[in-house]
Design a protein. Sequence first.
Length: 149
Amino acid sequence: MKSIFTLLPLLACLAFAPGCATTSTQTQAEQQSATIRRINTGVRLAVQIGATIDLKGKPERRPAYQAASAGLNDLVTQEKWDAQAFALALASTGNSAFTSGNATLVLTIVPQLIDALNGDRVNLDQVVYLKPAITGAADGLKAALEATK
């Protein structure tokens, strides 16, 4: 639970950092491209920080994180943009920051922050948004595993 409170201010800063706001001069395609980048970055940071904190406190979970990383990498390699497989991979880590009931960090909070920033809905059931979320999570988990060797 402590990880969630550590991550929220960082993600809020990321989402509301200067230069990130969608402006009326952007085309719809530019707005969507910016949203995709924010999802990828937000999810990558959330997973990297959450996994790093958890692995430092509970190094015995490393095999679960390695298995989740392999699962996410398989999804990316196969270009299988499946929300359920994504959620299961994160849940398999045992990190409650990722899967604590309805407060699922990556699948709920990151899209909500991006929603607040953009003023529109980000639905991770849509491939256009799910793909950057999965690739961001895969990259974040890989970085966390490297950082905690």
